[in-house]
Ligand binder design. Structure first.
Ligand code: ADP
Ligand code: MG
Length: 616
């Protein structure tokens, strides 16, 4: 082709066809099934629904259906609802500044309609009959009258069927299920006045009755799985900002922040700054790395919030984030002090540092007396651990939590392994000198001094063994005398479902039993020394923490079991056990650091000693 012929070709600049635009927008607005659910439920809330029923099949890939009893859509409007930037919620730019509805972009329905096979039926109270609209891949199939109750039902089928790349990009079904459940939970939490049900893959995960006044019971039911749990009430009102919500007391916190839900103007949002403010409000009452569980709602003049930052609207921009952070922090701190009966001048921090008259154990006892529901709470060890961590003396005085107590029966470098190691060739002459500070095992090996951290070393050994066990499917598990039913929150349950097969291959045998209950019938034999229920919950927490950070599930499970089964700092172990551990470590693939990356062994050579003593 010559330059000449090129110049005859006219380069048309045309607007993209609407179907294509919608498909492109769909990539932004609805990145995964949970985002579709979010949009649909927001529409129902905007329509003034008093009940919302969600049913999801095949984790959203087969269908997502939302039924509401809201205002419905008029017959002649239903088609328009599926055209781009069509909305009933905003008329001019000023509306955008003061918007109180969830939707306003008019993007959701056309986007969803362009990447799925969607059916919507809707009727207003005034109309005699409703309309059914069917749209597939952005092409309108039919609109016809139907007899339906007032409200709207939308079924989104075969999501992403015509965008294979997007469909491929989705994670496993169980991961999508977890996102869906988080979305449903977050939305149901924020509207106690609405009857809410959620069924995932044929299992009803929750059915919440309408109870407009009781945010407290909704938080309790959804986040703790029980009605009567004592919760900290948070309340603050001023012209600029109001804060309300319910949070757990320190003895009911978690090792990750997935139980903490934050909202601005009813919208669930993610803001590291504000989440930090809440956690910081607990101060030293929360052990490091722990977070409260609960829901906090901020109401801010819409002018000060920019919700337009991200199409999925999970992020917001606040004009005075720093001030809001500080205020939120103060409010949480005050509420906590108020309801724990602590005099305002003496925070819990001072109880710890002003050890003038009483020990940490005593401080805990006193503090617990102030905690509501103390009689219901039979596991106070969190508070004890908390103070033990901050006050090293207390492990010598007062009560010591279970897992640090029994030096004797902590000799669980099990017999099975003993046999295995005894038949191995000796990895070199090594002499055990003793245990230092109930943690470090000191050896002499030839010309070297070896110091081994007993916990990380054992963890490393067990981790490698667990990995092999899971991969080979040859786990040794021990049946529980009686199976235990463990009640989980819907979100936890989703985590469980995602991991249950891998847990099974690690010897932790369980099955769903009822909506969000799990029946645990056997546990990996390396974990039999601990309370199975507690270990099970701890492992789920680990999975939640690590896996959401992108770690491979098999590794996470192996890591978690290893950590739970390993001897702890503080455990007294015998010479025989120390040598056994050394031998097992010396045949490990990686004997230098634990699965979390902490070092296992420290080596001091004679050469290094010579240098230190000025001999070289
Ligand atoms: P937006 O919510 O941003 O307005 P959508 O694409 O989500 O845009 O919806 C378009 C319009 O369809 C809405 O403005 C509303 O009028 C109507 N609509 C959608 N879902 C419902 C529903 N469940 N009940 C009543 N009206 C609805
Ligand atoms: Mg909408």
């Amino acid at each position: 082709m010559t330059a000449d012929s090129k110049s005859f070709e006219k380069r048309w600049i045309r607007p993209l066809p609407e179907r294509l635009i919608n498909k492109i927008a769909a990539g932004e607005v609805i990145e995964r099934p949970a985002a579709v659910l979010n949009e649909l439920v927001e529409n129902s809330l905007d329509a003034g629904a008093t009940r919302i029923d969600i049913a999801v099949e095949k984790s959203g890939l087969k269908s997502i259906s939302v039924v509401d009893d809201g205002c419905g859509i008029e017959a002649d409007q239903i088609e328009i609802a599926f055209s781009r930037h069509a909305t009933s919620k905003i008329r001019d730019f000023n509306d955008l500044e003061t918007l109180m509805s969830f939707g306003f972009r008019g993007e959701a329905l056309p986007s969803i309609g362009s990447v799925s096979k969607t059916r919507m039926v809707s009727r207003t109270a005034e109309a005699d009959d409703g309309r059914e609209l069917i749209i597939e891949g952005g092409v309108l199939q039919s609109v016809k009258p139907v007899a339906v109750p007032v409200g709207t039902k939308i079924e989104v089928g075969d999501l992403f069927y015509n965008t294979p790349a997007r469909r491929k990009f989705l994670k496993t079904e169980t991961t999508e299920a977890r996102h869906l459940t988080r979305t449903a939970t977050a939305m149901a939490l924020s509207v106690p006045g609405i009857r809410f049900s959620y069924t995932l893959n044929g299992r009803r995960l929750f059915l919440l009755s309408q109870n407009a006044d009781s945010m407290q019971s909704r938080v309790a039911e959804l986040l703790f799985g029980k009605e009567n749990i004592p919760l900290l009430k948070v309340k603050y009102d001023s012209d600029k900002l109001s804060i309300s919500g319910y949070l757990s007391f320190p003895d009911n916190c978690r090792r990750n922040r997935s139980g903490l839900y934050l909202y601005i103007n009813r919208r669930y949002i993610f803001s590291p700054t504000l989440l930090h403010a809440i956690t910081a409000g607990y101060g030293e009452l929360l052990p490091g790395g722990h977070f409260p569980v609960g829901a906090v709602f901020l109401k801010i003049d819409p002018v000060r919030v920019d919700v337009n930052v991200h199409p999925t609207k999970a992020e917001v921009r606040l004009s005075e984030e720093r001030q809001i952070h500080d205020l939120l922090y103060q409010v949480i701190k005050k509420s906590l002090r108020g309801s724990m009966g602590l005099p305002s001048a003496s925070s819990a921090v001072q109880i710890k540092t002003a050890e003038n008259n009483y020990t940490a154990a005593e401080a805990i006892r006193r503090l617990k007396d102030f905690l509501p529901g103390k009689s219901a709470n039979k596991s106070p060890d969190l508070m004890e651990k908390l103070y033990r961590e901050q006050d090293p003396q207390s492990s010598d005085k007062g009560q010591v939590p279970d897992d640090l107590q029994s030096g004797k029966d902590r000799t669980d470098i099990d017999i099975i392994h003993k046999k295995a190691v005894e038949t191995e060739s000796d990895p070199g002459a090594v002499r055990y000198l003793g245990q230092l500070g109930r943690l470090y095992l000191v050896f002499i090996s030839g010309d070297e001094l070896l110091i081994i951290d007993q916990h990380t070393a054992h963890e490393r050994v067990l981790y490698e063994e667990q990995l092999k066990v899971i991969e080979s499917g040859k786990a040794v598990s021990q049946n529980l005398l009686f199976p235990i039913n463990i009640e989980l929150t819907p979100e936890r349950f989703a985590v469980y479902e995602e991991a249950s097969e891998i847990l099974r291959s690690a010897g932790i045998i369980s099955q769903p039993f009822g909506a969000t209950t799990v029946m645990l019938s056997a546990i990996s034999s390396s974990l039999t020394k601990k309370s199975p229920e507690k270990v099970f919950e701890q492992i789920l927490t680990d999975i939640e923490n690590l896996h959401t950070g992108g770690e491979e599930l098999t590794r996470v499970v192996a890591q978690s079991i290893a950590c739970r089964a390993a001897i702890m700092a503080g455990d007294v172990i015998s010479e025989e056990e120390a040598i056994m551990l050394y031998k097992r470590l010396s045949v490990a693939d990686n004997r230098h650091c634990c699965p979390h990356g902490r070092p296992v062994t420290l080596k001091l050579t004679k050469d290094e000693l010579d240098k230190k003593f000025g001999r070289k």
